[in-house]
Write a protein that binds this ligand. Sequence first.
Ligand code: PMP
Length: 297
Amino acid sequence: TQYGLGCFEGLKAFPQKGGGLKIFRPDQNARRFARSMEGLKMPVFPEESFLAAVKAVVSRNLAIGFAPAYEAAWEKDDFESGHAIYIRPFTYSEPAIGLGLSHHPWVVMVSTPVGSYFRPGNSKAVTTDKIRAYPGGTGWIKCDANYVTPILVKKQAEAEGYMEAIFLDAREGRYVEEGSSCNIFFVLKNGTLATPELGDTILPGITRDSVLTIAKDLGIATEVRRITIDEAMSESTEAFVTGTAAGATSIESITHKESTAVFSSGKVGETTRQIQRTLKGIQYGAGEDRHGWMVAV
Ligand code: PMP
């Protein structure tokens, strides 16, 4: 296990307004976990087994009272203060001395109740010239090795007063890729919602995919394409990051080299708020789940 050949997932179960708990799009995590294992040339954990195990973990914890109950008070801030259960499935490779693949990995799942991920009050982001993923590498799967640099960079950014670090492409250092553990969106001056296109250096976030669908449902134009850091800073009116942990979290400013772009005068923009509200509404059972994303346990 010294060689970083492991992968993992992260997903959440939400207490429902109507009672009970539902898991957000676990089928997508099952698929991504399988892709990650495939990418590491491990035998793949079947998607049906992943789904069954996630449901079992959540329902067994629920049975012993290890789960938050729905609170109507969360509705006041559009569930920003809402609690949930975070589930972390991961592989654990068998010991070996020599360089080699993992042929018999264990799959372990742990879960814990969680509140909000980013501390409220600071939503400043800063670019880094460190590299998260490079063409031909493993940025497209959720493997352990991808997180070493982002964790170090994020801690440094936090020490300097920022909430999150933004990684740029490895070749030119010009194109926005993603945060340390979240995808990124920009609302452009013409109202279009734009996010970097996936390649082999960006993790295909399930929240990212959901936000693109929600935007279409809300009649917001979307663009999935390469976005330079200069365009992001000069042409955006809002910016936010997305992820299981973050939901959709507004970014008040981006600092790149010597300059800082402030979005929506540092407040949460209207489009960001609309997306946040819709996403959390679906997750907590307060809004219509029109795509059948929520899975009962
Ligand atoms: N990018 C990276 C590098 C991540 O670790 C995560 C969290 N899984 C995301 C993006 C967001 O993905 P998701 O919306 O599926 O949580």
